[in-house]
Design a protein around this ligand. Structure first.
Ligand code: PGA
Length: 247
């Protein structure tokens, strides 16, 4: 059995103005021969133009969040059908910055996943423990609990990815050891198989949190790591492409 293609997704967060689109074009050019699947999730306002410029390239465009309803009175929010209409094919959901900064619970994340499936988007569902949870030995229980709570049964038969992002590793330069990453990814895999059966063996489990060119190869070749969700290092084509090539 051949291993599924890894996925390297860039999460630009609240970074990037229209002049950053040239960086995305450079990424698409450099990734043309990549073995991995590649995606960029820019701020929502850049999605329509980025999708136009990257059309026909290897790089998919994704959103960073979507509302759980398809339309309605939700000032300031963006729905999954809007993302799809703008050219997005994927969407990051349940990122720790959404969970902590916008009070998103597992229940809310699961509803957002359902909305993304209705819109035909591939969700990348994020989970990860806090430093305090890791220090107190609860990391495995917390993260597998998030997997159970954030992934609805409707995902069966759909393309989706899970991203393990320890909160304390995001934007800090800190990373878990390879053994810690493998232990967590194995626990997530076992939970996915329990929930969705053998087909979940192929669901990519991405690692995220301070992935950079210097640590990408080791992380990406760890057991059960099916790609990376990259924040800061995805903003510069040179760094992001080095990570893409390491997959
Ligand atoms: P980082 O962010 O690579 O800047 O640590 C990763 C993420 O939050 O997705």
């Amino acid at each position: 059995m051949t291993a599924p293609q890894p996925l390297i997704a860039g999460n630009w967060k609240m970074n990037g103005l229209s002049d950053s689109l040239t960086e995305a074009e450079a990424i698409a050019e450099g990734a043309a021969q990549a073995k991995a699947r590649v995606a960029i999730c820019p701020p929502a306002l850049l999605i329509p133009e980025m999708s136009r410029r990257l059309a026909g390239s290897k790089v998919a465009v994704g959103g960073q969040d979507a509302h759980w309803e398809d339309a309605g009175a939700h000032t300031g929010d963006i729905s999954a059908p809007m993302l799809a209409d703008a050219g997005a094919r994927m969407v990051i959901l349940g990122h720790s910055e959404r969970r902590s900064g916008h009070c998103e619970t597992d229940h809310v994340v699961a509803d957002k996943v359902r909305a993304s499936l209705r819109a035909g988007l591939e969700p990348i569902v994020c989970v990860g423990e806090s430093l305090e949870e890791r220090k107190s030995g609860r990391a495995l229980a917390v993260v597998t609990g998030q997997v159970r709570g954030s992934l609805p049964a409707e995902l069966a038969g759909h393309a989706f990815a899970v991203a393990y992002e320890p909160c304390w590793a995001i934007g800090t330069g800190l990373t878990p050891t390879t053994a810690e990453i493998e232990e967590m990814h194995r626990a997530i895999r076992a939970t996915l198989v329990e929930m969705f059966g053998a087909t979940a063996e192929d669901v990519p489990i991405l690692y995220g949190g301070s992935v950079k060119p210097s640590n990408a190869a080791e992380i990406l070749h760890a057991a059960e790591v099916g790609g990376a969700l990259v924040g800061g290092a995805s903003l510069k084509a040179r760094d992001f492409l080095a990570i893409v090539q390491a997959a």
